[in-house]
Ligand binder design. Sequence first.
Ligand code: PAN
Ligand code: ZN
Length: 191
Amino acid sequence: MNLTQPFVTEIDFASGQLSPARHVYQRRLSDMPGYYADADAVERTFANEGDRLIYEVQSVVLPADEGQLPHCTTRILPGRIGAEYHMTKGHFHARREQGEVYFGLSGQGMLLLQTADGKTSVQPIKAGTAAYVPPYWAHRTVNIGAEDFVFFCVWTAEAGHDYATIERDGFRKLIVLRDGQPTIIDNPKFI
Ligand code: PAN
Ligand code: ZN
């Protein structure tokens, strides 16, 4: 048995900053090739402002042993690429039967979920919302507000991450600005 000592981490709800500082990684537009539907808008964004920061993850790294509960904050900056709101890559868990819990800390977002056989679901998350990602559902978060969207996640160490499936196929739904409102539309790639 590898005994992990109990510990606490302080979280700033507005920024997602962890104290003490933990592992941090950022995802910029160049880290997400092919993820946004409007390729011209991706090119325009690079041309006008370079490699835009889309989101940042601060995570408590734990041993990869079964039963450990890694946890993190994610901060998605406000903005759009064309009409499509800033979002995470999204993934299935490598072990599909492993779920996860998200908890909203600040800002306004949507949790987009889908199963391998094509079921989809969209759940709103704001400060104080606990969202359940059941086993077998791929999941992506989207910032639909004008401020940072920040949330906390807890998952199982054994879950693992499969990014390749979503990178190849995308989600069946997109969340875009349409008629002044965040709107869920069908991804034209699937029609
Ligand atoms: C989350 C996500 C985090 C970043 O902790 O990993 O929000 O999103 P991507 O991993 O899709 O880039 C989680 O779902 N962990 O399992
Ligand atoms: Zn996950």
